[in-house]
Design a protein around this ligand. Structure first.
Ligand code: PLP
Length: 413
């Protein structure tokens, strides 16, 4: 196999960031958010799978995959962030107290009368927009979604089906976010964006807190089954909000023995990897088309708040070729023996593709040593999406698209 990745240990790692004290991810806070989400009729805990045969094949102690494709019927995890953030916005505007709020209260005629019809807006590569569009329609408000150039038609149709107006722009993801922020200001729309900047911090934090419900479910699932905590969690990063919220929750829960956090990004949009390799850990960005099959991770500018958290909490960072994501989809879609089958799309499968590569190649051996990944390791990955572009998923899994190519060196300038 040609070289597929670059990686770095995170020299800035400290485990006790000032941003976690007091923490917006402490268990009591997240429990309340989970209660709110649970009050939605479609809420169901997503399942986890222990892939015993694959763990044995990779010579690790166990391998747990949480399957977020079943979240709210949206085929990806993003609804937990969108629904909570939008619920908070609506509750504040309707003058409702969040401390005991349930979803149905947001639909009561009193609240509706106060609010009138609001318009929400967001930029997305697909999954976040679908979550926002769905939440807006559940709450009975309008939604406008903008997607970067090159976005999948099938993903844009899935958002339209949730009742939103959708437009594909001529610019990349980060510029589409800027466009949406300006349009929101001009038109008095409410921006529900999953990344933050100076003066726009509250809603992205709510979105991140919504994501941390995934970690809270997981810990409960581990405890119910009397499973030991993972030693390593491999988290995929776009703007980093997802990875930071899970890392922060685990660190809050287990300050003395939190699992090692390993970040993974596409080589074409590896802003965390690049930032961790700078001499002083300043935040780097990647410009241009950010072309990768991992559409959900195609973000060149980190969320600065997520970056501050991950700079302290992540142990290592990987920048990978698309072929590792395709490998991950094939591995999960074609289980060994009686392991469960998991349908994992391009942004969902990269952690497993990376793990597979690390455990089966000579290059991986050295890296595993450095990260203490060995036969005792208990590894957790989150499959954050299913086949959100089903025909492309089949091209990968059936036809072997992106089998070994392009090699990493061909996509990195
Ligand atoms: C399927 C999937 N996984 C992971 C991510 C990464 O989330 P974040 O941008 O918060 O890093 C995204 C973001 O859109 C996504 O769609």
């Amino acid at each position: 196999m040609a070289k597929q990745l670059r990686w770095t240990l995170n020299r800035f790692h400290s485990k006790c960031p000032a941003d976690l004290n007091p923490s917006p991810f402490q268990p009591q806070t997240v429990d309340r958010i989970r209660d709110f989400l649970q009050s939605h009729p479609a809420y169901q805990e997503t399942p986890y799978h222990s892939l015993k045969q694959l763990a044995a094949h990779l010579n690790i102690h166990n391998l747990i995959i949480k399957d977020e494709s079943l979240r709210f019927g949206l085929n990806a995890f993003k609804g937990v962030g969108g629904l909570y953030a939008m619920g908070r916005v609506v509750a504040e505007r309707a003058g409702l107290d969040f401390s005991s709020l349930s979803f149905s209260q947001l639909l009561e005629p009193e609240a509706r009368k106060k609010l009138g019809e609001m318009t929400f807006v967001s930029a997305t590569d697909g999954n976040h927009g679908r979550g926002v569009a769905w939440a807006a329609s559940e709450l009975g408000h309008k939604c406008k979604i903008f997607m970067p150039k090159g976005s999948s038609f099938i993903r844009s149709e899935a958002i339209r089906e949730e009742g939103a107006e959708v437009q594909i722009t001529e610019v990349n993801y980060d510029e589409t976010v800027r466009m949406c922020a300006e349009m929101a200001k001009e038109n008095n729309w409410i921006l529900i964006q999953d990344t933050s900047w100076d003066g726009y911090e509250e809603i992205p934090l709510w979105i991140m807190q919504g994501y941390s419900v995934i970690a809270s479910e997981l810990i409960e699932q581990f405890q119910k089954e009397q499973m030991e905590l993972p030693t390593h969690i491999i988290l995929q990063a776009g703007v980093g909000s997802f990875a930071a919220s899970l890392a922060a929750y685990f660190t809050n829960m287990f300050p003395d023995h939190s699992p090692r956090i390993i970040l993974v990004e596409p080589g074409a949009a590896d802003c965390f990897f690049r930032s961790f390799t700078t001499h002083d850990g300043h935040m780097e960005q990647v410009n241009g088309d950010l072309a990768t099959i991992m559409a959900g991770l195609s973000c060149g500018v980190p969320n600065p708040y997520a970056y501050r958290l991950l700079k302290n909490l992540a142990d290592a960072s990987f920048s990978c070729a698309d072929s590792l994501s395709a490998l991950g989809s094939r591995v999960l879609g074609n289980p060994i023996g009686d392991d469960d089958r998991i349908i994992s799309g391009e942004s969902g499968s990269i952690p497993i593709g990376l793990l597979y590569y690390l455990r089966t190649t000579e290059e991986g051996e050295e890296i595993c040593k450095a990260l203490s990944i060995d036969e005792q390791s208990r590894v957790l990955c989150i499959s954050t999406e299913g086949d959100t572009d089903p025909s492309f998923y089949r091209d990968i899994v059936w036809k072997g698209y992106y089998s070994n190519l392009p090699a990493y060196s061909e996509i990195i300038k």
